[in-house]
Write a protein that binds this ligand. Structure first.
Ligand code: SF4
Length: 351
């Protein structure tokens, strides 16, 4: 799907024009019917991209999803296509949730990642009017080495704006993200402990491609003091306390039981079905088999759901709760069932 931005961490590589093979409107209608056939309960349909607003038929598709009683969330790019008048139309068609990306608390950080000067301020302005319009607003932040020390400032900014949900993506080195340095496993561990603390604020915190956040949450619930947390954790936690206080409630991170291929599935612009948007391994095509059949029958998805992993993830007592990022395992080793090198946990030593 097309997108006017050139974000440094994007899973795609060249998106200024619609990609060849993009689903036609009729094929997209059929996809919506296939999604509805998987319920009840009906899955939530997240329209993402590229920029989902660059599809001229998106409003029509949203209307059809509503007829099928599918909840729809939008994840658009901040561009001239995102304006209150257009979003009002989607609101009339039943859309309640919108997520935008914000990758730093300072213009220079975010604008450099997005490749557009002024994008930080445009994003903040969009967040303000989306909140005023009554949307359930989520901010997505990609964790990279270059913005690690800014995460507390991002959390404080969201609290100030009144954004209720923060979804933190842990970089997978695919697509344009391959040119960036992902944080080390030790840094990921510190960020997860920080996010656990941040959830003591009125901010629903969840992660993408960091299922080990569930392991960290389980460990912190058993022992509130972070075990062996490093200097990054101390720095982020102190900074958030300085900017927004201690939070004042019991940490409540969102660690639902879904993960790539288990309750979550990605359908690409051309109908290819993948365990996640960051795992470029198709298990089939919705033009040839229905989404429900592919989801149920794919050997890869069945292995993922059975927590049938190798390496540390295969030996880990948290493999059902966590399971590791299948996308990061694939990016690192070519094996989608291998161990997640972004996790610092050593099950054979710690079990
Ligand atoms: S070793 Fe794998 S399964 Fe265990 S906590 Fe780490 S990522 Fe999760």
């Amino acid at each position: 799907m097309a997108c006017p931005l050139s974000c440094r961490h994007c899973r795609a590589s060249a998106l200024h024009e619609p990609l060849p093979g993009e689903l036609t409107t009729a094929q997209a209608y059929r996809l919506l019917e296939q999604v509805a056939e998987m319920g009840p309960p009906n899955p939530v349909l997240v329209m993402t991209g590229g920029d989902c607003l660059s599809r001229p038929d998106l409003l029509e598709l949203t209307g059809y999803a509503r007829q099928l009683r599918l909840p729809v969330a939008l994840s658009p790019s901040v561009s001239p296509l995102l304006d209150p008048r257009r979003l009002k139309q989607f609101q009339r068609f039943g859309v309640r949730a919108v997520s935008l990306s914000l990758d730093g608390a300072r213009p220079e950080t975010h604008d450099r990642v997005r490749g557009v000067d002024g994008h930080f301020h445009a994003t903040l302005e969009s967040l303000r009017w989306l909140l005023e319009m009554g949307f359930r607003v989520q901010v997505n932040t990609t964790v990279m080495r270059s913005n690690l020390t800014e995460l507390a400032d991002v959390a404080a900014l969201l609290l100030k704006l009144g954004v209720p949900i923060w979804e933190v993506f842990f970089l997978i080195e695919v697509g344009r993200g391959g040119a960036l340095e992902a944080p080390s496993a030790a840094d990921n561990e510190d960020v997860c402990h920080f996010l656990y603390d941040a959830s003591a604020h009125p901010l629903l915190v969840r992660t993408v491609e960091a299922p080990f956040f569930r392991r960290v949450t389980a460990q912190r619930r058993a022992n509130p003091d972070p075990p062996a947390a490093g200097p990054l954790y101390s720095e982020l936690t102190a900074r958030l306390a300085q900017l927004a206080g201690e939070g004042g409630r019991r940490p409540r991170p969102q660690t639902v039981g879904t993960r790539d291929g288990m309750g979550v599935v990605f359908v690409a612009h051309d109908g290819a079905v993948r365990p996640s948007g960051f795992l470029p391994m198709a298990v089939g095509d919705i033009r040839e088999r229905s989404l429900g059949e592919l989801y149920r029958d794919s050997p890869l998805l069945r292995h993922i759901r059975a927590a049938d992993f190798s390496g540390r993830c295969g030996q880990c007592q948290y493999r059902t709760l966590c399971g590791g990022s299948r996308a990061r395992a694939f990016a690192a080793t070519g094996d989608p069932l291998g161990e997640d090198p972004g996790c610092a946990y050593r099950p054979t030593l710690d079990a």
